[in-house]
Design a protein around this ligand. Sequence first.
Ligand code: 5AD
Ligand code: FES
Length: 350
Amino acid sequence: GLALLIDKLCRTRSLSLGEYERLIAQRTPGTARELASRADAVRRRVYGTKVFTRGLIEVSSFCKNDCLYCGIRRSNATARRYRLFADEIVKCADTGYDLGFRTFVLQGGEDPFFADDVLCGIIGRIRAAHPDCAVTLSFGERSRKSYERLHEAGAERYLLRHETASPALYRRWHSPEMSLENRMRCLSDLREIGYAVGAGFMVGAPFQTAADLACDLQFIERFQPEMCGIGPFVPHHATPFSAFAPGTAELTCYLLSIIRLIKPNVLLPATTALGTIVPDGRERGILAGANVVMPNLSPVAHRKDYDLYDNKICTGEEAAECRGCLGARMLSIGYELVVDRGDMAPLPEA
Ligand code: 5AD
Ligand code: FES
C-alpha cells in the first residue's frame, strides 16, 4: 500500500521521483483522505484556521505569447483585449484596502505596454498609499534587470508558475519561442533578487502523466518556493486544447495535500480554476491543505475579458460581493479570512 510512502513523506518531506509517481498513480479515496487529514493537521499547526486573501487585479489581456491552453494567447483573434489605466489600478487597490485586503496581485499577459517605468510608477503609488500592504506581480517572463527595477520600486513577491517541470511536456504546451530553461532562469533570478517567489503548475492538462506530475513535485521539493499556485486545466473554446477534458478537483486536491506535506509553511492558494470546475472547489482546496484565496478586484466592466479559460467564476460580481461570498464560504467549513499581508510563517519545530 501507500501507507509507508505517506509516513516517509510526512517524516522527511521528501520522496524520490518514482515514489511521487507511485503516490499519484496508485491513489485511492482512502489515500486521498489520509493525505488530506495529515495536510490539514500540518497547516493548522503553522497557520491555524486563518485563510489569507490576495486581491487580484487583472491589468491587461494583451499577450505576446501563444500558450496552447490559454484563452488570451496572441493567436486568439476573438479575444477582447483591454488594458487598465494606472488610475484604475490604484483605485482597485484602494477599494480592496477598504474591504480588508493587505496584498494586491497585479497580473497580466506579457504585454510590452507594461514596461518597467509604467509598472514602477504604479507599484510606487500603491506602496505609498498603503504602506502596510504587499504588492505581488505576475507578468510572466522578463529580464533580470526588469525584475530588479520592479523589486526596487517596492514589489516584494512574484508569481511565475513553471506550468510543468517536464521539458518535453513544456514544449507541447507552448509555442517554440518559449522554453522551460528560460522559465527556470526567471525563477532563479527572482529568488536571487530577493522576491518571495511563487511557482506552480496545471493539473490534468493535455498529455500530462503521473510521471510528469512527479517531476512537478520534485521541482517544488528542490526549489522550495514561498508560494505554489496549482489549478486544474480548464479548456478554452478558442484554443488548440479546446476539445480536451478538464483536470479534476480530486487530483488537484490530492496534489495540494502532498505539497503541504513537502513544505508545511508554503503559501498555497485554493485557485479560481478549482472553484470553476466544481462549485465547492475552493472549500475542498482549503480542506485539502490550502491556506490562501485570491478574490478578484478587477473592474467588473473588464472581468469577462481576462478570459484564460471557459466558465471562469466571479466575472459578474463586484469586489465586495466576492469578499463577502468567500468569507461566508470559509466560515461554513470552519476557517476565517483574515486582514493580513499573509507573509510566509516560519517552519514549525520538528
Ligand atoms: N486552464 C487552467 N489554467 C490556465 N492558465 C492559463 N490558461 C489556463 C487554462 N486553460 C493558468 C496558467 C497561468 C495562470 C495565470 O493561469 O497556469 O500561469
Ligand atoms: Fe466571487 Fe463567490 S467568490 S462570487
